[in-house]
Design a protein around this ligand. Structure first.
Ligand SMILES: C[S@@+](CC[C@H](N)C(=O)[O-])C[C@H]1O[C@@H](n2cnc3c(N)ncnc32)[C@H](O)[C@@H]1O
Length: 245
């Protein structure tokens, strides 16, 4: 690939908690074996276009999963859906190692694993290139002063919608009722998205879903499709962290 295109103009607001974590030897072995062929490092500000058919070695409908955690649901979905390519992106290193281990153990040829900030990666994906985007149990950031860190907010939704093909699906799930309401309001307000009936069984249960359900929290699945009509260009602007943070 040619020289990297970078945008260093803005420092992004982070949607994730910095978390420590070490890879187990199973994760480290999988990382050593599979990262060169199945891994992708996401660098802040890198705007080099990502060629999805080149990344997967084949041209097939592509699903992006943002914040896959330990990757069990990603691996299960990819195994059950070999005709589509699955690109998972996560910042948590043990999760990256775990998904790579599952890729090796299950022999998944249709999975690629990106490490870094998902919204940085999304900028590198061409408009209309994705068949689906999955955002399962994103960090709820319950305190009002942290709501700006939530992944599902208007500028991010506009960017994700722009990367979907017409008819492509944005599927979000949360166990946090107040975030579910805010998500629905944001997604309903996007001019290029149309709500679909909820289909909770359209995905496997995730680790964080199990935790939420065990704590008695209700699970909300919100599915939207990108309309085929013209939509305003994505408000791809990244916001800047105020100096006080
Ligand atoms: C609450 S966990 C849910 C994990 C998994 N989807 C599940 O349901 O078990 C949210 C995950 O999203 C990841 N995450 C949050 N913001 C992210 C971002 N901008 N890019 C990549 N991963 C992100 C976090 O590291 C965390 O692992």
């Amino acid at each position: 690939m040619g020289a990297a295109m970078t945008d260093t103009s803005a420092r992004p607001i982070r949607t994730f908690h910095p978390r420590r974590g070490r890879m187990s030897s199973r994760h480290a072995d999988a990382h050593a074996a599979l990262w060169p062929t199945h891994g992708l490092t996401v660098l802040d500000g890198d705007r080099t276009p990502l060629d999805l058919p080149e990344l997967f070695g084949r041209d097939a409908p592509a699903v992006l999963e943002i914040g896959f955690g330990m990757g069990d649901a990603t691996a299960a979905m990819a195994a059950a859906d070999p005709a589509r390519n699955y690109l998972g992106v996560e910042v948590h290193t043990p999760g990256v190692g775990n998904l790579l281990a599952l890729v090796g153990e299950l022999g998944l040829a249709n999975v690629r694993v990106a490490r870094g900030d998902a919204m940085q990666l999304v900028h590198r994906i061409a408009p209309g290139a994705l068949d689906a985007v999955h955002v399962f149990f994103p960090d709820p950031w319950p305190k009002a002063r942290h709501h700006k860190r939530r992944l599902i907010q208007p500028a991010n939704v506009a960017l994700l919608r722009d990367r979907l093909r017409a008819g492509g699906v944005l599927h979000c799930a949360t166990d946090w009722p107040e975030y579910a309401e805010a998500m629905a309001a944001t997604l309903d307000a996007d001019p290029g998205l149309r709500r679909l009936p909820s289909m909770p069984h359209a995905r496997p249960e995730t680790k964080f879903e199990r935790r939420g359900a065990a704590a008695g929290r209700p699970i909300a699945d919100l599915r939207y499709t990108r309309s085929s009509g013209a939509v305003p260009p994505a408000g791809a602007a990244e916001t800047v962290v105020p100096p006080s943070l």
